[in-house]
Write a protein that binds this ligand. Structure first.
Ligand code: FEO
Length: 394
């Protein structure tokens, strides 16, 4: 078993690595997941966060490599979600003398999940807790990623225990950023933000603004690697993510029955390229929606195509749009184009247009529809429509 790892003097990683987990409520985790928990060996032995329930034994075994769990004095739960709190019932039994803390909403949530396993005490923004040589302080960070979230800051060591914020779904036996492939880490941080935090960009920005005021030697998230030499990079990335800024990029996303909608998708893609807009052509049968979100995070143009199947859009398109609608940015200056072929009723593409409008997209051109197989003349005309969409959205 992977051993506990001392990440700073008297501060230990005691979490768990879920190497083979490939799905996190609808989001593909091709690099696995970690549930990071941290143990601070001070006058009051302090545990920050736990792990998903199936990893409770591993967590307890790692803690036991450092200290008898019965000697834990303080347990801080930064977030109710079960990937971090799932082992609390086991921890509560093993640590009968510990005091348990969470944000006010966290206390409510933990009681709702686990009953009276512990007397959860609330911590608000600005509260402090002395654990001996160290002082911990707390900042509530609601909606990053649930209403209860908070972060814990070790004022003495300048270490931020950030829970979901700045996380990445990335399993590695190497705990620090510098020990891993930074291109992959930054990609996974972006995918994490796009699929987990994106709808709460405004709240994430507020949390970021507080974090930026802190002196930081490390950011220890509850998922993925610990930020040390790349703290500046992840803060700059969050600055960009939370800005809601878009760049001249188009995502052309579609499903097709007999390749007519596919021909339209190709023509739209080529039209954007002709207009010097970077474009990505995405068949929903080949790419998972959580990977598409990685691309669309800062794309100005979202073009979604579906033919009509049984008087509605294709199931793959509906699945993508349902996922996207939940995550769509609230403060966006984005442009939507709906398109698709049809046999006798253009219901599929029109339903797509409605969802894009509901998501708050500007819809500067009429939905592109074509009965049966698009002619070359029709495909050629798409260039003008795309040009018009670009001109009207500038
Ligand atoms: Fe990693 Fe919101 O849980």
């Amino acid at each position: 078993m992977l051993t506990a790892k001392e990440i700073a003097k008297d501060i230990w990683w005691v979490g768990a690595i879920d190497w083979n987990e490939r799905l996190f409520h609808g989001y593909t985790t091709e690099k696995g997941i970690t549930y990071n928990a941290y143990l601070i060996m001070d006058e009051k032995v302090t545990l920050i966060d736990t792990a998903k329930a199936p990893f409770a034994d591993e967590l307890m075994a790692r803690i036991s490599q450092v200290v008898d769990p019965a000697k834990i004095d303080v347990v801080i739960s930064n977030h109710v979600e079960m990937d971090h709190s799932g082992s609390l019932p086991v921890v509560a039994k093993a640590c009968p003398n510990a005091e348990f803390y969470a944000s006010p909403k966290g206390c409510e949530g933990l009681r709702a999940h686990y009953g009276d396993i512990a007397d959860f005490k609330p911590l608000k923004t600005g509260d402090t807790l002395s654990i001996g040589q160290r002082t911990l302080t707390f900042v509530e960070t609601p909606m990053v990623h649930w209403p209860d979230n908070m972060v814990t800051y070790d004022v003495t060591d300048k270490i931020l225990f950030s829970n979901d914020a700045f996380g990445q779904h990335f399993a590695s036996s190497k705990h620090f950023d510098v020990e891993n492939d930074m291109c992959e880490i930054m990609k996974q941080a972006r995918k994490y933000y796009a699929n987990i935090v994106q709808p709460y960009g405004m709240q994430a920005k507020k949390a970021l603004d507080v974090v930026k005021t802190l002196e930081l030697s490390m950011i220890c998230p509850a998922h993925g690697v610990i930020w040390t030499e790349h703290i500046g990079d992840i803060l700059a990335a969050y600055e960009e993510f939370t800005s809601g800024k878009v760049v001249d990029k188009a995502a052309i996303i579609y499903d097709s029955m007999w390749k007519s909608t596919e021909k339209m998708a190709k023509a739209i893609c080529e039209a954007f390229v002709e207009e010097n807009v970077t474009a990505q052509y995405i068949n929903l049968n080949d790419t998972h929606e959580s990977d598409i979100l990685l691309y669309t995070l800062d794309a100005k143009y979202l073009c979604v195509g579906s033919p009509t199947l049984n008087m509605q859009m294709m199931p793959n398109v509906s699945k993508f749009l349902t996922y996207y609608r939940g995550l769509s940015p609230r403060n966006a200056n984005r442009v939507g184009i709906a398109f698709g072929s049809y046999g006798w009723a253009p219901k599929g593409p029109k339903d797509v247009a409605q969802v894009l409008a509901d998501c708050g997209f500007q819809m500067p051109v009429d939905t592109l529809t074509h009965q049966w197989i698009p002619t070359q003349a029709y495909l050629d005309s798409i260039q003008e429509t795309v040009r018009e969409a670009i001109a009207k959205s500038e």
